[in-house]
Write a protein that binds this ligand. Structure first.
Ligand code: SAM
Length: 226
């Protein structure tokens, strides 16, 4: 349960310097959020590609979030020892243990995010469990709130039924419009799309099992669709 989790009262109460001691003192806040980040593969893959962008993973499992925190710390130490100057300093990634379905707006202010990732989320197959799915009309309003106009929601899953579910909910929400993989690549977001497909532990598992991967991406628009 969430009872023993501590949450910031609001984004203004988040002390990001604890998470990003080198980069947050300048006033930067996280711009990429990986919801249910698992073992952190996406964050680790993207960190060196966007070294000036702060990224935060949210993961509800204690041991998994601790593992990611340790992994990031180790990468930072190694990078510092090796004097990495190629952007692979990992000072721009961090993780919180959090229930993202309840507390996203506690971490991210209005329009603060440019990318929101839902990669291989838990499918909750049974119909009576669908309300536990991470994409739902109520939650979409929160996602639209924290994303800036132009920001992108990336979803991917190997569960076709969940793909249809996420896609149909996002399509019917007035603050999002579908954006194709080709469009994203044309905009220079190819490296992000590649990481979405291939960088996470779950994505690699699906790859090994030769499963399908369904991608659906949406842009947060400025003026609601009618
Ligand atoms: N995105 C990762 C990947 O692609 O490897 C992990 C996918 S795994 C199937 C789903 C993850 O979401 C699990 O690590 C789970 O603990 C986490 N999770 C589920 N519900 C969550 C919630 N409400 N808040 C944060 N994390 C959650």
């Amino acid at each position: 349960s969430d009872h023993n989790l501590e949450y910031p009262h609001s984004p203004g109460h988040c002390d990001w310097t604890v998470h990003y001691p080198k980069l947050a003192p300048s006033g930067k806040v996280p711009e990429f959020a990986d919801v249910g980040c698992g073992f952190g593969g996406l964050l680790i893959a993207l960190a060196p590609l966007y070294p000036d962008t702060l990224m935060l993973g949210l993961e509800i499992r204690v041991q998994v979030s601790q593992y990611v925190q340790d992994r990031i710390e180790a990468l930072r130490v190694t990078a510092a020892e090796q004097n990495a100057d190629d952007g692979a300093h990992y000072q721009n990634v961090s993780i919180v243990r959090a229930n993202a379905m309840k507390f996203l707006p506690n971490y991210f202010g209005k329009h603060s995010l440019s990318a929101l990732f839902f990669l291989f989320p838990d499918p909750h197959f049974k119909a009576r469990k669908h309300k536990a799915r991470i994409i739902s009309p109520t939650l979409l309003a929160e996602y639209a709130y924290v994303l800036r106009p132009g920001g992108i929601v990336y979803t991917i899953t190997d569960v076709k039924d969940l793909h249809e579910w996420m896609k149909s909910h996002l399509e019917s929400f007035p603050m999002f419009e579908p954006v194709t993989e080709d469009d994203l690549r044309a905009e220079g977001k190819g490296p992000i799309v590649d990481a979405v497909y291939n960088s996470t532990e779950e994505g690699k598992k699906v790859e090994r099992n030769k499963g399908d991967k369904w991608l659906a991406c949406f842009r947060r628009i400025e003026v609601p669709r009618v």
